[in-house]
Design a binder for this molecule. Sequence first.
Ligand SMILES: [Co+2]
Length: 365
Amino acid sequence: MALKAFICRPCCVSAAIPPSIEPSWRSSFFVGQLLEISIPNPPSGEYTLKRPGIIVSKKLSGLEEAVRIQRSRELHGSIKLRKRAPLRRGKVSGRLPVPDHICRPPYVDSGLLPELSREHQLHDDEGISRMKAACELAARVLDYAGTLVRPSVTTNEIDKAVHNMIIDAGAYPSPLGYGGFPKSVCTSVNECMCHGIPDSRQLQDGDIINIDVTVYLNGYHGDTSKTFLCGNVNELTKRLVKVAEECLERAIYVCKDGANFKKIGKRISEHAEKYGYGVVERFVGHGVGTVFHSEPLILHHRNDESGCMVEGETFTIEPILTMGSTENITWDDGWTTVTADGSRAAQFEHTILITRTGAEVLTKC
Ligand SMILES: [Co+2]
């Protein structure tokens, strides 16, 4: 489950901006804290919905320019594809029960967003083996959830199946009750970039759906997500999904003890840019372990933040790519976040463990 980054820069934000359309550099966590990362002030003057000037975009090569032009043609030539009905809210059913013997994370039932923990999460051998168990369970649940994806299935049915599998394994579905989130898994369909709430909407042929599973087992969280294809998905969308997964793989590849965190954003952006896709800045990866969300914050876009990875720490990488704009709107349920232009978004997520020579993907079966 992604963290919402929220950097408060009220002095630069024009009153004309709808509050629901947040530029990436204006945000805070779920917890409402200020994000203390040093990003230079955005240019003063009038606000536009363009990406802020803080993103250093490299000069486009001839090839990249050609790809960008081709993509623009494809998008304009696919108006029919883009005319599908926008995502609408369905009915959200009541909260599913969790048996008393299952250990709950501390934030459950408080209804409040927990404070972001400033501590990186490093583990001893016992901790690592518990992390592995939680992550492996999350991966198995996600695989199973993927087998349920087909036209006519509702996201509520997926939630119920995921909930039961997690409970049967003696674990707690981490999203349930996190900051008031009402369900056990996030299901984000088509233009929903993350934090979709499972409801009565039936999946349709040609949809894509990200399922984001986090489980809490023996005191440890394992967090993973994947975007699945439902029925016959058009080629443009399939490519977005494929590239999003490649971005995650490439980002994991640069991780090891001593590597700079900013390499992750660089590698993801480089790959996404080749296809003209946007990289969402508002939602970030995070440390994960005994605490659901902690430092380090993993920025998926180009950035110049300092900080190095340390052997034994665990965090998520979870880039969201968009076919069009990365600007986004959060529905008044406080969670569901969709692209402002209705273009599709795809996300993949793993929890990884930093080792001396690389990174171990823990959320695999
Ligand atoms: Co996450």
